[in-house]
Design a protein around this ligand. Sequence first.
Ligand code: GMT
Length: 379
Amino acid sequence: MKKAIGILCYPSVGGSGVVATELGMKLADRGHDIHFITSSVPFRLTDYHPNITVHLVEVNQYSVFKYPPYDITLASKVAEVIDVYELDVIHAHYAVPHAVCAELGREMAKRKDVAVVTTLHGTDITVIGQDLEMQPAIRYGIEKSDAVTAVSESLARETNTTLGSDYAIDVIHNFIDESVYYPVRDNRLRSHFGIEEDETVVIHISNFRPVKRLEDTIRTFALALEGRRMRLLLVGDGPEMGQTRRLAKELGVLDRVIFAGKQEHVAQLLALSDIHLLLSEKEAFGLVVLEAMAVGVPSVVSDAGGLPEVVRDGETGFVVPRFDVEAAAARLGRLADETELRERMAEEGIRDCRLRFDSNEIVRQYEHLYDRVCDRHDA
Ligand code: GMT
């Protein structure tokens, strides 16, 4: 049944906002009425869609406020949208503040028969959840939700371990937009970066935060470079950028590293790459691994969090122990040397995208969940 669904998400940062926006667009395509309630228009929402409305949260900057009350304003906006648009479901992406604000908004609204679904994305548990001051808020958001999902089995387990709880958490994996990420090889941009035809391109894409272990990425690349013609294409920016550049210089590989900066359209960069590298310390899912896989670029990943659920070790890429740069370099070198292995893994990965991460199937899982929580509310 078609539903009116409110979506709370971060509009401009990271994978959680991307997944929330893609989900909203897919649901709108399937006839649901989607209401994004955010601080700005989600950056992936580029086209007009008749079933999508964006409600902006405008915080009053009144001088008595030392801290502008964004969360309270968001909750008030949620209440307003519930009542005016007769929402059936509020879907909060990220535990804080969104799950908490979804519940507060429901409390404030006149209509009470709206269900709250929360999706945990990773750092809301693995980083923010480690902060004991935040745990009561995270627990509240989870416990008040009618259903909670996590983007990987690993995150579902870690949530209960971190919070010392036994919550029933549904696992719904992430998906990508198959019209943007599809199997393609396109070397045209190589010349722009001064990459020779016979060079193997290793790509890393992230927000350059400490959990992404840029240090391990550079050390792995430097070790694997021995006697090989390879370039490391770094896409993104963040707090670790300066240190990354310094380490590349110190290890004598700076001229082999390309700093592409933050980019919105990574599909084109994946299309010119041979191997994708992500050696995170924590990673609930690793959306970028799926993006690489869909384009046909196999990954070498660490065994952090949900990464082993995305990459099948030895089949669609390689999984190595976290922080083990020797193991990562050995796998990277092998993939660089063995074109046939790379191609076989690329094919398997493309197949996995279709079979295990098909967007229509994953959106259906969310629809079933909405039906379930709404039925429970109506009963
Ligand atoms: O650190 C990031 O990559 C950003 C972060 C976010 O909250 O947007 O990403 C998290 O959510 C993504 C979408 O579900 C997952 O693919 C990422 O693995 C997860 N990041 C971490 O767990 C570090």
